[in-house]
Design a protein around this ligand. Structure first.
Ligand SMILES: C[S@@+](CC[C@H](N)C(=O)[O-])C[C@H]1O[C@@H](n2cnc3c(N)ncnc32)[C@H](O)[C@@H]1O
Length: 400
């Protein structure tokens, strides 16, 4: 039980990551650059937000007229439902409101709406934002927030990382447009990958890319344990953390998605590739799937018409006019063509006395001592050695 609570607390620790204004702005502007009317006359819902402390509501309120929005709604999660373990801090926003109620303010979520020029100063902006307590705690799964989801055209937020799958399913079941922040691990989730494969969702303009030498940066609560290297405290004492592998998942179009990858032929890759794993080598075939192994996205041969296994990071360069996604090459995800009994070897290639069928469902190739450090499996019958391949996306040139 104590263990469960610890696990929950650890998970929830990453649920309170606050998004930077610049990251919101760059992503949203990429959608607008592609289609200047993308938000015109639309109702945008920003759930799992905390408008008093986060930037999403402020950003969209400031740009309400420029984007031509019809309505902006944002909801926050009640303080007592969060796992923050910090004293409640009343925002000025709340304290100055006539309907501020200290009896319910910690247990109810809040709803913020912006639709009209309520103060009649000639512009619709953050000054016109109205707020109320919700009936419940603002959980996105509640009927109350679901109703708001159904009213909205577009859903935008950085949802709690621990509930990413559930959050995405919640959007998909209502068939909405969306832009949400998540972690790269999500790509391989059973219910997430098919969306990517079928072009129902793609990676946003920024995904797992370092900008000015840094990963995406998030604000964190003051009591966030400061471990790791990519951590900063600003002059006002606010804490920030850079998180590798994070970025936007969306079904809103942007230009990067339509830029083709510039690639060399297979022969030229073998002649000129900057990667020693490719230069002067043959492209290996998997032993258990009819495809070639391409260890780097920039080594995809432009003239190969069969299926190719490429690193997951390919998705950030994926252009649906150039390639089709065929499958995901990880455990339990695609059909492998053989089922050998193999002994599992340890990280230095030594026998472990443990056995598996079909290399635990990973893609594998014959071990090549010139290229691979250590073998990962040994065929029990023939003694042949194999190298396992990390997760791969299986792709094919479009239209062949
Ligand atoms: C990653 S933070 C992002 C906050 C804000 N959207 C931003 O990006 O600045 C996720 C927020 O969702 C809240 N949250 C956690 N579980 C939730 C749930 N079940 N329903 C709604 N919000 C939740 C967290 O308390 C936190 O405020």
């Amino acid at each position: 039980m104590a263990n469960d609570n610890l696990k929950k607390a650890k998970k929830a620790k990453n649920d309170e990551f606050y998004t930077q204004w610049a990251d919101i702005e760059k992503e949203i502007m990429a959608y607008i650059d592609y289609n200047s009317n993308v938000f015109r006359d639309k109702t945008i819902l920003l759930p799992c937000d905390d408008p008093e402390w986060s930037n999403f509501t402020k950003f969209f309120a400031q740009n309400f007229e420029a984007f031509g929005l019809k309505k902006l709604i944002s909801t926050s999660y009640a303080y007592e439902s969060k796992n923050v373990n910090m004293p409640y801090q009343i925002s000025l926003f709340e304290k100055q409101a006539p309907h501020f109620d200290p009896n319910i303010n910690k247990v109810r979520g809040k709803i913020f709406t912006l639709e009209n020029d309520t103060n009649q100063n000639g512009v619709i902006d953050i000054e016109d934002l109205k707020w109320q307590y919700l009936e419940g705690n603002g959980d996105f799964r509640s009927d109350e927030v679901k109703k708001l989801r159904d009213e909205a055209d577009i859903i935008i937020t950085n949802p709690p990382f621990s509930l990413f799958r559930e959050f995405l399913a919640w959007i998909v079941e209502a068939d909405k447009q969306f832009a949400i922040i998540g972690n790269m691990n999500a790509i391989t989730y059973k219910k997430v990958f098919p969306l990517l494969k079928n072009n129902k969702m793609w990676l946003g303009n920024r995904f797992n890319r370092r900008v000015n030498g840094k990963n995406m940066i998030f604000g964190v609560p003051n009591n966030y344990p400061m471990t790791g290297t990519e951590v900063e405290i600003d002059k006002d004492g606010r804490k920030y953390i850079a998180v590798a592998g994070t970025g936007w998942f969306t079904n809103i179009e942007h230009g990067r998605r339509h830029q083709p990858l510039q690639l060399m032929t297979m022969a030229d890759n073998i002649k000129y590739s900057k990667h020693k794993e490719v230069k002067g080598q043959e492209y290996k075939k998997y032993d258990n799937y009819n495809a070639i192994e391409v260890p780097f996205t920039d080594a995809i041969p432009s003239d190969y018409n069969g299926v190719m296994g490429v690193p997951i990071s390919f998705l950030d360069k994926y252009n649906p006019e150039q390639f089709d996604i065929v499958d995901l090459g990880i455990v339990g995800s695609c059909e492998f063509t053989c089922n050998k009994r193999m002994e599992i070897l340890d990280k230095q290639g030594n026998p472990t006395g443990k056995y598996t069928y079909n290399a635990k469902g990973t893609l594998y190739t014959k071990f090549n001592p010139q290229r691979d450090k250590y073998p990962a499996f040994r065929d029990v019958e023939t003694g042949e050695l194999y190298s396992s391949i990390y997760a791969r996306i299986l792709i094919k040139k479009r239209g062949v």
